[in-house]
Design a protein around this ligand. Structure first.
Ligand code: GTP
Ligand code: MG
Length: 197
């Protein structure tokens, strides 16, 4: 499927800056530097819409993008666990994420992005538990799959699928590579369904 053209709406550092909580919204979450912004660009077929960087912690705010209009949105969430930020910033990050995830009525689904070489870190497990608790659909992208050998990527995918199937039967898992385009169409279809395109 093809999604409507995306445009930047706002970079929000506090809840009062979030766009109106109407329509439907999908958010991308994951550890710092896993490739959230790159995944967003690949899915939206825009090379430079979301800023990417080899410096972890690049995205410090919640970046909202409108698809078509303002009632269907994608949100690039700030990466979890960037070591070099001071404790106050980490605490602020936690509060902001809590406010967003807990209070956002238009949130229709979460895309959890993991580096295929390092899946299921603490934050990933927490987010899975959290989404399950709040009955929020969640889809996992095992990204940078181009960095793993094909059989290793397959093995990680199979392992994670069966691992999650018992505890979180609704959660989907797929291979992804922003660099090679692997799984982009599959991810786009999931987003399109959640956003009701
Ligand atoms: P923060 O916003 O800092 O949390 O990072 P992010 O999760 O948005 O990651 P970003 O998209 O900025 O990418 C981080 C680094 O990983 C960049 O150097 C990207 O070029 C690289 N990268 C992202 N996706 C892929 C991929 O699929 N394959 C490979 N090989 N590199 C990737
Ligand atoms: Mg980013």
């Amino acid at each position: 499927i093809s999604l409507p053209a995306a445009r930047f709406l706002i970079a929000a550092a506090r809840a009062s800056d979030f766009p109106p909580d109407s329509g439907r919204e999908v958010a991308l979450a994951g550890h710092s530097n896993v490739g959230k912004s790159s995944a967003l660009n690949a899915i939206l077929q825009r090379k430079k819409l979301a800023r990417t960087s080899s410096t972890p912690g690049r995205t410090q705010q919640l970046i909202f993008y409108g698809l078509g209009g303002e009632d269907r949105r994608l949100v690039d969430l700030p990466g979890y666990g960037y070591a070099k930020v001071p404790p106050q910033v980490k605490a602020q990050w936690g509060r902001l994420m809590e406010e967003y995830l807990h209070g956002r009525g238009s949130l229709a689904g979460l895309v959890l992005i993991m580096d295929i070489r390092r899946p299921m870190r603490d934050f990933d497990k927490q987010l899975l538990e959290w989404a399950d608790f709040y009955d929020l659909p969640l889809h996992v992208l095992l990204t940078k799959s181009d960095k793993a050998k094909k059989n290793e990527a397959r093995r990680t995918l199979d392992f994670l699928r069966s691992d999650l199937a018992s505890r979180f039967p609704e959660v989907g898992v797929q291979l992804f590579s922003a660099l090679k385009g692997t799984g982009v169409e599959e991810a786009r279809e999931r987003l399109g369904a959640w956003l009701e395109f």
